[in-house]
Design a protein around this ligand. Sequence first.
Ligand code: NAD
Ligand code: TYD
Length: 378
Amino acid sequence: MSDKVEKTDSSCGCGEAGGSGGFCKKAGRNVLITGGAGFIGSNLVRLFVNKYPEYRIVNFDKLTYAGNLANLKDVEDKPNYVFVKGDICDFGKVLSVFREYSIDGVIHLAAESHVDRSIKDPFVFARTNVMGTLTLLQAAKECWNGEWEGKMFYHISTDEVYGSLGFDGTLFTENTKYAPHSPYSASKASSDHFVRAFHDTYGMPSIVTNCSNNYGPYQFPEKLIPLFINNIRYGRPLPVYGKGENVRDWLYVEDHARAIDLIFHKGRAAQTYNIGGFNEWKNIDLVRLLVRVTDRLLGNPEGFSDKLITFVTDRAGHDLRYAIDSSKLKNELGWTPSLDFKAGLEKTVKWYLDNQQWMDNITSGDYERYYEEMYGRR
Ligand code: NAD
Ligand code: TYD
């Protein structure tokens, strides 16, 4: 996206916006959040429903294996919240939601999000992440019909589109060239390009953010942290891919939701912002810390679950290192992560142990069968 396109400033002239083109805060606005029943989406919906009683928040979600309305029990009866079950690839349905709820702003999170699944079945990633995003963009374009004032299409992307770094201390910036390796990151990269193309071609006000690995409550237990907490709890193996040398930058999910809120309202239209924790961890070091914290909170002696750590065949095309430079966001909008990683991890482990029923409800269903197919053991 170019910095120069001024016609896409989405502020509505009421003086409430950040003065930079972000989504103007005023009563009666209708915000569509896609994928709001998933991990990050449910944390974001909770934040918006509670913080903006003057908005109507429409959560549009297909409820795939990763979508769970139990994540939103505490806000489902709020008067400013609406849930619509639907597929972002269904143009007619998406357009009818835009029209019925007079949608002014979109925060688009719905996606297939797990790299291992994308290696097994890339087609569903192309369908949902690429075609689904294009369908949403096309519906927004048709509904908004060139009246861009007060509108915003905010697309949530990932740092994985930038590819893989070496151990040389380099960080991904907003200017790093896209070099996706997995079918997941390739599909997200493609969707990012479509969002920018709709800005550059039609003038649609849009923002893209690329965030690092999130952790925290309500994450589906196929991802490293919740999967391992649950396996420790049940004394099951902890499958570390390869030698556990890969590095990820971890951010607490509520800090990501805070960043989205800030950027949606105060960010500059047509911009990209990186969001990260400045918090790099080698997988094996993170796993050892996780084992220590979980054992302690379970009342096990120190070292009790170390024996569960099992090195398994590496993920195909496994990216070595992701690390985000989020200084643009810090310098422009003053955002920094609020939580130190050790405190965040402790809080997260505690949440999963306190919400074992939530976990058991998920793992007793289709996911159990998927896990067996993936790993051939339980
Ligand atoms: P998730 O897998 O937990 O949730 C995805 C949600 O999208 C689910 O509720 C699912 O039902 C819904 N969904 C899937 N296909 C759909 C479709 N066709 N139509 C409507 N809804 C559909 O994902 P997450 O971890 O919360 O990630 C949310 C977004 O953030 C994704 O776009 C992901 O690429 C991005 N992201 C995630 C992370 C991370 O660490 N989890 C990091 C950076 C960016
Ligand atoms: P994951 O949570 O799947 O996120 P991503 O692939 O988007 O980074 O994985 C985080 C890291 O942990 C990644 O390097 C892969 C590794 N990993 C394992 O070693 N074992 C596992 O069982 C899983 C799910 C991930």
